[in-house]
Design a binder for this molecule. Structure first.
Ligand code: GRF
Length: 183
C-alpha cells in the first residue's frame, strides 16, 4: 500500500532509512544536495529521487511532484534549508512535519545537540512538529526527553537521540497518516 509521503533531506538520511525499513512507502525523495547519502538510500530502495541545488527551483518542482504523486504528507528529515513562505503557504496546514534533536522551543537551528551540552542542560530530547514559516517552529506533535549524562559528548548524545528519532518519526508519521485517513 502506498502511504503517500514524500521526504526532503540534505544529508545522511538515517531517518529516511528508518522510515523505509519500518515499512512506510515513500513516494519520492528530494534534496538540495546532489551528494546527500539519503539520495543513495532512496535509489537503493527504488524510490524516485530528485535533487536541485537551487532552492527556489527545488521548491517549485517539489510542489509539482506533490500533486503528481498525490502526496498527503511531506516529512523533512535533515533538510538544512528554511522553506519559503510561498512554499509553506502553497500547501494545506499541517502538511509538513519536521524532526529536530532538542526539546523545542529550546535549542533551535543547527548544532542543537552541542547547544544543549554547552548550556549544561540536564535534559534534551527529540521534537516532531508541524512546519510553519519560522525556523524550528510550528505546532509540536510529539516530544521525547532524555537525560544528558555527565560524560556525554556531542557524538554519544547524538547517537542516543538518533535511536529515539528513528523510532519516534516512524510512529508519529504513521499516527498522522492514520488520522488523516479517518478525517
Ligand atoms: C536529525 O538529527 C534530525 O533531527 C535533524 O537532522 C538530522 C538528520 O539526520 N533535523 P539524518 O540525515 O536523518 O541521519
Amino acid at each position: 500500500m502506498r502511504h503517500n509521503i514524500a521526504v526532503l533531506l540534505s544529508g545522511n538520511g538515517s531517518n529516511l532509512r528508518a522510515i523505509i525499513d519500518k515499512g512506510l512507502e515513500v513516494s519520492f525523495v528530494a534534496s538540495n544536495n546532489p551528494k546527500a547519502l539519503g539520495l543513495k538510500i532512496a535509489k537503493n530502495a527504488n524510490i524516485p529521487s530528485y535533487s536541485w541545488k537551487n532552492v527556489s527551483i527545488l521548491e517549485k518542482e517539489v510542489l509539482k511532484l506533490i500533486i503528481d504523486y498525490d502526496v498527503k504528507l511531506l516529512a523533512l528529515a535533515g533538510y538544512m534549508r528554511l522553506l519559503s513562505k510561498n512554499f509553506v503557504n502553497s500547501l494545506p496546514s499541517k502538511f509538513i512535519v519536521n524532526i529536530h534533536p532538542s526539546l523545542l522551543p529550546k535549542y533551535k537551528g543547527m548544532n542543537a545537540i552541542k547547544q544543549a551540552i554547552e548550556d549544561s542542560a540536564e535534559y534534551t530530547g527529540v521534537t516532531i512538529h508541524h512546519v510553519d514559516v519560522e525556523m524550528d517552529s510550528g505546532y509540536i506533535i510529539k516530544q521525547e526527553r532524555i537525560k544528558i549524562n555527565e560524560n556525554d559528548t556531542a557524538k554519544s548524545l547524538k547517537d542516543r537521540l538518533q535511536k529515539i528519532e528513528h523510532r519516534l518519526y516512524f510512529e508519529t508519521i504513521k499516527f498522522i497518516l492514520n488520522k488523516k485517513k479517518k478525517d
